[in-house]
Design a protein around this ligand. Structure first.
Ligand code: MG
Length: 384
């Protein structure tokens, strides 16, 4: 049985006073709409997701959905002049997919727990409609227009409605077609058309971002899902005839050089690989194939700068990096500070976030026999 979700994202969100509609604002490092779409695209009970957007927001939508492209995400449809009309356009667009059920959800509720979505879908096996709601804990008082008298209200029979509001597709389409006048939500349309609508347990997490205080709360919730990534890199280059080695961008006079297609900067190669590793974007050899003549003798700064550019493009920044050079000679210690400075320049971060250190291998192995130099690096990236 196919279940579709309509995400209503056509509103202007003017109460927040931001320059763009609130559903496109970032919360943490991810836009609100992107979060909401991901909830439904990743939910096992949802087969299709139909977004309804405002005609002016196409570019913002594309940026929000870029990372989520999959067959379940249908091309967006344009909304109307009211929420009711926007939902109707979403329902119309789903007709050719003939879903059995449809869930209608506000784009501005990006933290709806999976269980709530599951409860709404499950309730549709016995009811024409279902929506999550919360009881009211505060005392309720009704005032008159002039605030002159107060009357108490019984809160036990009152509920705070949330979304997603779920319906059997045919039922809600008929209800929308018959609907005239204004309502607050789709439950209002369903009830006005005689549909039986059940209440399932909502969640305080499923709050709607409406005011700037809500946006702040959303930022606190999102703050706990910060993306931190670590990558490691390892490289070796053999000695060959020559009079200097280049390590982490610093040329050190020596009785030999390092062999390699580029400038053989083993330290910078390990760091570059650590960055590509943290991004899960392959390795230096894939980005700069040794078979490609253009990298012959190239300064390794080009490779590192490319990796740093990818970090930026992917929305991360380098939190710190640590590189260990393994060799008996040349002596690295006197050059560590210059190396850190050079790496800081290329990585565009403070020197205090960069460590370069060296060790020997106690005369053991190929580094101990002075056949070459090895380097290890660890990098931590933090999502912006
Ligand atoms: Mg290398």
């Amino acid at each position: 049985m196919k279940t579709a979700a309509i995400i209503v994202a056509a509103g202007r969100g003017t109460r927040l006073g931001a320059e763009i509609p609130k559903q496109y604002l970032p919360v943490g490092r991810v836009r609100i709409l992107t979060r909401t779409l991901a909830l439904f695209l990743n939910h096992p009970d949802i087969d299709l997701v139909q977004v309804v957007i405002h005609p002016d927001d196409r570019i913002l939508y594309d940026a929000s959905a870029e990372s989520l492209q999959c067959p379940a995400l249908l091309p967006p449809v344009l909304g109307g002049t009211s929420r009711v009309q926007s939902v109707r356009f979403g329902l119309d667009a789903l007709a050719r997919h003939a879903p059995a059920n449809v869930l209608i959800h506000d784009a501005a509720r990006p933290f709806c727990p999976n269980e709530v979505i599951g409860l709404v879908v499950a309730a549709l096996s016995t009811s024409s409609g279902a929506f999550p709601a919360l009881p009211i804990v505060d005392a309720l008082w009704r005032t008159t227009d002039t605030n002159t008298s107060l009357t108490s209200e019984d809160r036990k029979m009152l509920w705070r409605a949330q979304t997603p509001q779920g319906f059997r597709y045919g039922d809600i389409c008929r209800a929308h077609a018959n609907h005239t006048g204004s309502v607050d939500d789709d439950v209002g349309i369903a009830v006005a058309n005689g549909l039986e609508v059940a209440i399932v347990a909502g969640s305080e997490q499923n709050f709607k971002i409406t005011t700037s205080a809500d946006l702040e709360r959303a930022g606190q919730v999102a703050g706990t899902d910060m993306d931190v990534r670590t990558g490691n890199g390892f490289d070796v280059h053999a000695f060959t005839e020559g009079d200097a080695v280049t390590l982490n961008g610093i040329k050190i006079p020596f009785e030999r050089s390092l062999a390699g297609h580029s400038d053989a900067d083993v330290g910078m190669h390990a760091i570059t690989d650590a960055i590509f590793g943290a991004l899960a974007e392959g390795d230096i050899g894939q980005w700069f194939p040794p078979s490609d003549q253009q990298w012959k003798g190239a300064a390794s700064e080009i490779f590192l700068a490319k990796a740093v550019e990818r970090v930026r493009e992917r929305g991360f920044s380098i939190s710190n990096l640590d590189c260990t050079l393994i060799c008996e000679r040349p002596k690295i210690g006197p050059h560590c500070s210059a190396m850190r400075q050079e790496l800081a320049r290329i990585c565009e971060i403070e020197m205090s976030r960069i460590s370069v250190k060296a060790t020997t291998s106690e005369r053991l192995g190929f580094t101990g026999r002075e056949e070459g130099i090895a380097a290890m690096a660890t990098v931590t990236l933090v999502g912006n």
